[in-house]
Design a protein around this ligand. Structure first.
Ligand code: DQA
Length: 147
């Protein structure tokens, strides 16, 4: 089974921006972690990042057709995007919302997520490990026998 792992704006700067919040790992490190984790779980991963809301929406539409599950870190669009919520609401497959930081112990404007209302589950504050946990949960939900 194929899982889309979608990353929103500024996550291309991981490892360079605000290391005290997001750590020193880069998005390439997280992509490697996702591929390793997926192959252990019997999943395949299509890993993508965009700074543009409409590109993320197009990818959610593609995932709706092609993916068994979606892992999404919508980054700042978490807190602003009704359009991303609507796109995800059209997807019947499991949706795991991931945040590297614990958004609930940060600024008040980060504490509302438009995505959580349509997510199967939310993982926030586990660092890059959150992506691996999300893939493990998708494997459970789609019932993949381990390889
Ligand atoms: C984030 C949290 C968001 O509030 C923020 O805008 C991000 C990253 C996280 O992974 O912790 O860019 O989604």
């Amino acid at each position: 089974p194929l899982v889309f792992v979608l990353n929103g704006p500024n996550l291309n700067l991981l490892g360079k921006r605000q290391q005290e919040i997001y750590g020193s790992e880069t998005l390439a490190d997280i992509e490697s972690l996702c591929h390793e984790t997926a192959s252990r779980l019997g999943l395949r991963v299509d890993f993508r990042q965009s700074n543009a809301e409409h590109v993320l929406i197009d990818w959610i539409h593609a995932a709706r057709e092609d993916a068994a599950g979606i892992v999404i870190n919508p980054a700042a669009y978490t807190h602003t995007s009704v359009a991303i919520q609507d796109a995800l609401a059209a997807c019947p497959q499991p949706i795991l919302e991931v945040h590297i930081s614990n958004i609930h112990k940060r600024e008040p404007f980060r504490q509302h997520s438009f995505v959580s209302a349509v997510a199967s589950a939310v993982i926030s504050g586990c660092g890059s490990q959150g992506y691996a946990l999300a893939l493990a949960r998708i494997a459970q939900l789609v019932g993949v026998p381990p390889p």
